[in-house]
Design a protein around this ligand. Sequence first.
Ligand SMILES: [Zn+2]
Ligand SMILES: [Zn+2]
Length: 366
Amino acid sequence: MPKAKAAVLRQTGAPMTIETLEIGRLAPGDVLVRIRAASLCHTDLEAIEGTLAVALPAVLGHEAAGEVAELGPGVTNLRPGDRVVLSWNPHCGTCFYCEHAQPILCAQYLANAAAGFHFDGTPRLSCDAVPVHQLMYLGSFAEYCIVPEVSAVRVPDAMPFDRGALLGCGVMTGVGAATRVAALRWGDTAMVIGCGAVGLSAVQGSVLAGADTIIAVDPNPARRALAQDLGATHAVEPGEAADVARALTQGRGADVVIEAAGATVGFRLSVEAVRPGGQVVWLGKVGVQQEVAFRWGSLMQEKRITRSSYGGARPQQDFPMLARAYLEGRLKLDAMISARIPLEAINDGFAALKRGETVRSVVMFP
Ligand SMILES: [Zn+2]
Ligand SMILES: [Zn+2]
């Protein structure tokens, strides 16, 4: 097996170090993916800062694209050289939740998450014979990644690796929230709170679903401008958002509000700005022990609130569909890439993400 240069997090809060790791043998159902592009997501940042607990040492990274390098025994749906986007939600397909069409809650997925290894719960990477963990069953800040077959989703060969990478987390989550979780309908009024990669994708999902009015909310004027480039019909600051939603809907409020800011103010705004009987989708998150307070009246009147981690993703179906939407010009991804960086610059890339300077930085592998 090849060795893999990787960014390794050995201590929370410390910079990742660039190291060379050994890759174990491929078990039945495994796929060795040569990573070509891996983008920096806020969930990785949470792991670096320790607000998301992960076993260390670990290779982070869960939004990536690459090509199939080698197949483990029994893999029949892929060929070496296939272009793939990685899914961070491998699922068994047969447990209670999988059978209830909620693969994000798959029993095996949840049971093995804390171990931080492969989907089967055992390691694939090591350094000097010490096992190295993989974030979200991937660990894509590395030249190679061993994933279960279900996590390697084939996309058209024409899909560029860097834009393909975005499909695997932020774009899937945002577009899926609008088109699947919220089930927006033609002519609806949608509000999207927070215009990072997920929120900008939710704006585009609202366009794809046929929303008539799309209100993007962000305190940053540059982000608001970007949201309008990507299809928002209105772009406003948080403080005026609820009033704007009502002004545009004869006083009712938005039919659908998608929260993608991950901030207390965003969660509160989401329920204030939605109309009676409307649909709220929460994509962002705060610390799991943090409490968020609501004015009780803002929760009344038959409002529906759904929390979603992956936009109702069905990766085998959705990733190729999203790739086609990009290739046909219906999904705009180019403007979401703020920087392309080498692996050696990954710590600077996360510092820029934390400062809010970038939508997505993408690590490019030669
Ligand atoms: Zn992510
Ligand atoms: Zn399952």
